[in-house]
Design a protein. Structure first.
Length: 155
């Protein structure tokens, strides 16, 4: 797990000591990320969202994932590219939590979700890098613009 960008040996020890290596107690990766306190909590009344925030937890593993996200801010990895993109959209604090829970371009997973699958499936992680992430993001943006142009009647 130390091969994952942003997770040092001490952060890996913290995560393993808090979570363990047996992931069967979490039904899905969503349950795992919710337990870590990395997912949004929407308070809804009458179909209207009243508040949007992440739940406060005293979970050391969740703090470790936030520290890992802070470590990849300036790195030349897909996680670092994601942080920089989200920072321009949301701001630094929301980007930090989004990166801790981040969508990984290779497997459509996040840092916490990636660790969940590394521990559950006992597999290794290969980072594609920031350039590959930026290229995929550009392809997604172009596909979105083509779809929007076609909807408006342009080619």
């Amino acid at each position: 797990m130390v091969a994952l960008k942003g997770i040092s040996a001490s952060l890996a020890q913290t995560i393993i000591s808090e979570v363990g290596t047996e992931m069967s107690r979490f039904l899905t990766e969503k349950h795992f990320c919710s337990w870590l306190g990395l997912v949004p909590h929407h308070e809804i009344s009458g179909g209207k969202v009243l508040r949007n925030h992440t739940l406060k937890t005293d979970n050391r593993a969740g703090q470790a994932f936030r520290q890992a996200a802070a470590c990849v801010m300036r790195s030349d990895s897909a996680f670092g590219a994601f942080y920089r993109r989200k920072k321009s959209q949301l701001g630094p604090m929301q980007a930090l939590v989004a990166t801790a829970h981040k969508t990984c371009p290779e497997r459509s997973r996040r840092i916490a979700r990636t660790v969940y699958h590394l521990l559950k499936d006992k597999t290794s992680y290969q980072d594609s890098g920031a350039d590959a992430y930026e290229q995929k993001a550009q392809e997604r943006d172009l596909a979105h613009l083509r779809k929007k142009a076609a909807k408006l009647g342009y080619t």
